[in-house]
Structures are given as C-alpha cells and as structure tokens.
Design a protein. Structure first.
Length: 156
C-alpha cells in the first residue's frame, strides 16, 4: 500500500491550508490539555483567542470568497456552512466547558479534514485563474500565530 501523496495546493489557497494545520494543532493541544487534567478554563481561554483571531476570520474568507466559486446548493458547500455554524456555537458556548472542548476537538478536526480532502480540491478544480487571484489578494500573507504565554499543553 502506498502512502497518500500530499495534495498540491494552489498558492492562493496555501495560507488557508496553513490555518487548517494550525486548527489541527489546536485539536492536539485540547486533547493533550484534557489528558493532562489541565484546568479547562486555561484551555478555554486559548480556544477563545484562537477562535476570535484565527478561525472567525478564516470562516469569513471561505464563506465570502471560496464558497461562491461553487454553487451554494452544492452539498459540500452546505456541509461546510453547517459545520461553520455548529463550530461557532460550540466555541462561543460558556456552559459545559469540558464537553464543549471535547466537541471542538472532534468536530474541528473532522471539518478541517473534510475541507482539505474534498472541498478545497473541488474549489481548486472549479476556480478560474481570475478567481484564484482574487482569493490570493483577499487572503494575503497570513501573520504567524502569536505565542501563547500559557502553554498548558506542555507537560510541566
């Protein structure tokens, strides 16, 4: 059995794929923090910051610039929009913090893998050169993620 080849992502979509990687890293940090019995308020503070500074703007770019490339009636677009709504509700919830962190970890990972394996491939195959250039302009170069002082995921 041959390992899967990495997906060759168009340069205009690469910053968004990098954010997907950062989201998968967030899932790992949540899993690690919960496994290490870290106070959930520390994990929640980090996930709140990630949601506000990375994920919300990411969703907005996808919804405003990527999804219109494919018909909104397309089932993959409908799934992505439903995922965004559900994830937003879970991230913004202040009740049942531990359960919501577990949900974020599970649902965000599933969502990212869906977008990378299916949706971004469809968008990349459907987009015109002009649309890809517009995306490149809108996405721009993403700033590196800020260093979080409370690195709860490290086993100290």
């Amino acid at each position: 059995m041959h390992p899967k080849k990495p997906i060759k992502r168009h340069e205009s979509l690469q910053p968004l794929s990098h954010e997907h990687h950062d989201a998968l890293l967030l899932c790992w940090k949540i899993r690690t923090g919960l496994k290490n019995k870290t106070d959930v308020s520390r994990i929640k503070e980090y996930t709140n910051s990630f949601f506000q500074n990375i994920l919300k703007p990411h969703f907005k770019i996808e919804e405003n610039h990527l999804f219109p490339i494919v018909d909104y009636k397309n089932e993959l677009i409908q799934r992505a929009l439903a995922d965004h709504r559900r994830l937003t509700i879970i991230f913004e919830s202040v009740d049942n913090i531990r359960e919501n962190l577990e949900l974020i970890e599970k649902e965000l990972e599933s969502h990212v893998r869906f977008e990378e394996r299916l949706l971004f491939n469809l968008i990349q195959a459907t987009a015109t050169k002009e649309q890809l250039e517009i995306i490149k302009t809108e996405v721009g170069d993403k700033a590196p993620e800020e260093i979080w002082k409370d690195q709860f995921w490290e086993n100290k």
